[in-house]
Design a protein around this ligand. Structure first.
Ligand code: ATP
Length: 964
């Protein structure tokens, strides 16, 4: 098939002009591959729909060739579809320049050319383009970018974490808030920010099977992010299409040379953990597919032991996290399988900071001291810094240079930096975030209901030869007819019949007990129930959860196995039956967390049916009186188990109560002591890292201000008017948009054929999920902004204005400039520019009137010029504007130089700080190779060079002619 693309031609991407001048690498099989050397990116498109524009220079145009001075085109010749320019240098020598050798950094000046060519548009279109540019600036300057659009309540601890984590160049963190405090939402906020800031394009989420759909749905309904679930069936389907010569995906060359990678088929992917960690070939493909960000939920399933033993899940994540720059691990119970597992997960995130377990354990014993130093610096810096002992301790940790810098200048910034350094290098680290119910506040009560039951015959006898696990799970001892014999079953039946209007969640350790019990209650007792365990397929599990969630015709009871229910949202229920109690306190916390989570509106009733006088009762007393888990989340349960676990196990099997009472008494005292230590040490450090209330309040206030503004509603109305959409008021703060009969584009982004109803009000959007939540970050709005900016829409305009203060015939040139960085995205330099564009206004005397003549004023005064008059008008003013344009460009270059200066200074400061940290960690960790520092320095040089070669692009140009 013939194609318009030929290898070697130079094209530019319409949606991504920042990529610079691209060069066609391949144009075969209906697809085109183009490289963008300036951005180190490559794109493959279907040739028929490639969003590319051919770049051809005309005689008189300036062109750039690396390592040569400025050249001006004098002639162009075509050879086999590619152009050879003949261009003159400053000495008048003419050089042949094949287009292939043109510099990849390109200057675009479409607006100017369009204006001079008379290709101008109505001033309302120019106003829409200008409004888009201004909004892009506002968004870039906002510290809240990426936090505005998600349909979530503005909760301080989440907003803080999301903003803090996303502000890091490559976030690698452990989100370990207590159960149900919104780690999924935090991860979603971080993903959303990085995608919006274009710091991530490909995101991989790996989750336990039971959470696959929950994540899919949360990402879509709260963040407008469409993830794709990948499993074996999907991969096979893709393999099949790509191997099928009749398929549109078939690529003969590729199929001969190498196997296609199915994971390259989507940018946002969710994978079930059990599938991918047990499938070697898919794992390899997953690792090869290249990702910018990895998210792993319920990360406590990644087991690792100091002796080198690691679970397949751990090994998979270890492989992935070595390749992927940004990594989020999520767990509510980081120490679930012991401190070594916790250490191992931190090691995955930052092997330089966490080189070995022994050092980590040793470090923990100093948390209290670090916390004291931090407290001294934050509460009374002057007194602390005049205390000799305090200073000595600080100097030992920080080193001479940093300490004396602080002592000389204890400014708030320097103090803040020191506190962060202490937290990071010697405290709980900057990658661990853990908010607690106590710090977040506003949670309901946990109420324990104990239900003692008579021990059934045969149980005690069976216990004499049983393990402790069997003793705690009588269904394993009572034989095949356990459902009949077990008094817990009849108690559950009675409870459900007495509380017919309440939703009840029942959790049992074992999936077969859960299955038997549910079948019995549903079939024999007619109870509307569902079951949820790990042996069900994903669809069956989701169906069961949906049936339970249905408030009208749904199940009264959902029976879950331990692992099956982890991470799920059942906060609409207020009764949890703990059919048995696990020995691991974290498992119990996970169970309670199904109900005790954000969104729970009532008290959480915890029901424990147990055999009176049995090991079950003893374990209940342990949790109630020593661990205190039925009142509040347990923070010391693991530590108590470590110290008293053996005694507890032996006391559980004893007939009399003395041993258990003794263990409980000792453990209860110990719990108080441990909690006090944690309060002073680890928890205080975690609190400091996990939420700074003032910063969180500032973020929320900024978000609320942005939300209250009417600008978005006005912008949406302008969009509708200019693109030909139907726009109808729905109700207060809500509108309906529909495709109109006179639309100027075939498809408007994210506008369904039957229209969309959206509200600008967050609270309304939270309660009305049938409405879209329109913010500047909604895909319809951001897609429309891209539509405007990726084309010439409204880029050149001529209008007349009538102003008494100005002489008729005065010409005002209003221009918006967008300096563009042509650098690889991974360098993350965009944030160093003060804005995405700036505006200048000049007149024939080349006076800078940018401040004197406001854009909004020009919009108010602007009158359109009849098309028929345009050629005459242009002829009259052409000489003047041809002289004015270079001047306004010189002014723009001056502004750009100032930007470059500030940006390079700020970039250097940040890099120096980061380098200092790396050096400090290297001095304590012999495993870090010096090459790391060299690589870091190379990257800094690259960043500095890219900032220094900022390119100026004129995005919009309007000529206003003062009339009579
Ligand atoms: N900011 C928010 N706005 C609205 N709903 C929220 C917000 N944060 C959390 N939720 C809701 O609260 C529940 C708990 O949140 P989430 O699932 O993110 O918690 P989690 O910490 O990941 O839980 P777990 O520890 O069980 O894995 C979910 O139903 C979630 O949708």
């Amino acid at each position: 098939m013939s194609t318009i693309f030929i290898a070697g031609q130079r094209w530019i991407s319409n949606p991504e002009p920042d990529l610079g001048l691209g060069i066609i690498l391949e144009a075969e099989n209906r697809r085109v591959v183009i490289a963008f050397p300036a951005a180190e990116e490559e794109r493959t498109y279907a040739a028929a729909a490639a969003p590319l524009s051919r770049v051809l220079f005309q005689v008189g145009d300036n062109i750039d060739v690396p390592n040569q001075g400025p050249l001006t085109v004098t002639e162009q010749q075509e050879h086999n579809g590619c152009i050879v320019y003949f261009a003159e240098d400053e000495n008048g020598d003419v050089h042949p320049v094949p287009e292939q050798i043109l510099s990849a950094n390109i200057k675009l000046s479409n607006a100017k050319e369009r204006l001079l060519a008379g290709q101008v548009e109505h001033h309302r279109r120019f106003a829409l383009r200008a409004a888009t540019l201004e909004q892009q600036n506002t968004s870039q300057a906002a510290s809240t970018r990426g936090l505005l659009g998600p349909r979530v309540q503005l909760l301080p601890h989440q907003m803080y974490i999301a903003a803090e984590v996303a502000s890091r160049p490559t976030p690698r963190v452990l989100l370990a808030d207590e159960v149900g405090l919104g780690k999924t939402i935090e991860a979603g906020l971080i993903i959303h920010q990085l995608l919006l800031l274009e710091r991530a394009k490909r995101v991989l989420i790996v989750v336990p099977d039971s959470l696959v759909h929950q994540w899919l749905v949360e990402m879509l309904r709260r963040f407008n992010l469409k993830f794709s679930i990948f499993n074996e069936a999907r991969c096979q389907l893709i393999d099949k299409y790509e191997d099928d010569p009749s398929s549109i995906f078939f690529d003969e060359e590729a199929s001969k040379e190498q196997e296609e990678n199915p994971f390259e088929d989507a940018q946002l992917v969710i994978c079930p953990l059990s599938w991918i960690s047990s499938h070697e070939r898919r794992q390899q493909q997953l690792c090869d597919a290249g990702w910018d960000m990895l998210v792993v939920d319920e990360a406590h399933h990644l087991h690792w032991h100091e002796d080198g033993d690691a679970s397949p899940e751990y090994k998979l994540v270890e492989r992935l996290s070595a390749e992927i720059a940004s990594v989020l691990l999520l767990t509510a119970t980081p120490e679930n399988a012991g401190i070594d597992g916790h250490f191992a997960r931190l090691r995955l995130l930052d092997p330089v900071r966490y080189p070995d377990l022994a050092a980590f354990l040793e470090e923990q014993s100093h948390y209290e001291e670090i916390s004291e130093l931090i407290q001294g610096l934050s509460d009374s810096p002057d007194t602390s810094l005049s205390d000799v002992d305090f200073c000595q301790r600080l100097e030992t940790l920080l080193g001479k240079a940093q300490f004396s810098a602080l002592q000389k200048n204890p400014s708030p910034e320097q103090l803040d930096k020191t506190i962060r350094d202490l937290l990071d290098r010697f405290g709980t680290g900057r990658m661990l975030f853990r908010n607690t119910r106590a710090s977040v506040g506003g949670f309901p009560e946990r109420i324990l209901h104990e239900h003692p039951l008579t021990v059934p015959s045969g149980y005690e006898q069976a216990c004499t030869t049983a393990t402790i696990e069997e003793t705690l799970h009588p269904e394993q001892l009572l034989g095949a007819a356990w459902l009949k014999a077990d008094p817990r079953v009849s108690w559950v039946e009675k409870f459900l019949l007495q509380n017919p209007d309440d939703k009840v969640l029942l959790i049992a350790a074992d999936s077969s007990a859960a299955r038997d019990l549910e079948l019995h209650l549903r079939l024999r007792r007619g109870i509307a129930s569902a079951v949820f365990h790990e042996e069900l397929s994903l669809i069956e599990r989701d169906r069961a959860a949906a049936y339970f969630a249905d408030s009208e015709d749904g199940a009264q009871l959902l029976i879950c196995s331990e692992i099956g229910s982890e991470g799920r949202n059942f906060q609409f229920a207020q009764h949890l039956i703990l059919f048995d109690l696990p020995l691991n306190p974290d498992l119990l916390e996970q169970r309670i967390g199904r109900l005790d989570r954000i969104g729970q509106l009532g008290d959480v009733n915890l029901h424990v049916p147990y055999y009176a006088g049995s090991a079950q009762e003893k374990l209940l007393s342990w949790y109630r009186d020593a661990v205190n888990i039925f009142k509040q989340p347990c923070t010391v349960g693991n530590a108590l188990m470590l110290e008293f676990g053996d005694d507890l196990h032996s006391a559980l099997t004893k007939g009399d109560n003395n041993p258990i009472n003794d263990v409980i008494a000792l453990a209860a005292d110990k719990a108080i002591e441990l909690q006090e230590n944690l309060r002073k040490g680890r928890n205080r450090l975690l609190e400091l890292n996990s939420c700074q209330p003032q910063r969180a309040a500032e973020l929320i206030s900024a978000l609320e201000t942005e939300q209250r503004s009417d600008t978005l509603a006005e912008y949406v109305e302008m969009l509708a008017e200019q693109f030909g959409l139907e726009h109808e008021d729905h109700s207060d703060n809500a509108v309906i948009l529909r495709p109109g009969d006179h639309m100027i584009t075939e498809a408007f982004p994210h506008l369904p054929d039957d229209g969309i109803t959206g509200t600008f009000d967050r609270d309304r959007a939270l309660s009305r999920e049938d409405m879209a939540y329109f913010s500047w970050e909604h895909p319809l709005v951001s897609g429309a902004m891209d539509l405007v900016m990726s084309s010439d829409f409204g880029s050149a305009s001529i209008c007349t204005i009538s102003v008494k203060a100005l002489k008729p015939g005065t010409l005002l040139l209003e221009s918006f400039f967008s300096p563009t960085l042509q650098a690889p995205a991974w360098l993350q330099l965009q944030g160093y520019l003060p804005a995405q564009s700036f505006r200048l206004v000049t007149d024939q005397q080349n006076r800078n009137l940018s401040n004197a003549v406001a854009h909004s004023k020009l919009n108010q005064l602007a009158q359109g010029v009849k098309k028929t008059l345009m050629p005459v008008l242009l002829r009259e003013v052409r000489t003047s504007i041809t002289a004015m344009i270079p001047h306004i460009e010189t002014l723009a270059e001056d502004t750009t130089k100032a930007w470059v200066k500030t940006a390079t200074e700020n970039y250097k400061t940040d890099r120096d700080n980061e380098r200092e940290r790396l050096q400090s960690l290297m001095s304590r960790n012999p495993h870090v190779a010096p090459q790391e520092l060299e690589a870091f320095d190379r990257e800094t040089t690259l960043g500095m060079t890219a900032l220094q070669s900022l390119q100026l692009n004129m995005s919009a140009l309007r000529l206003a002619i003062v009339s009579q």
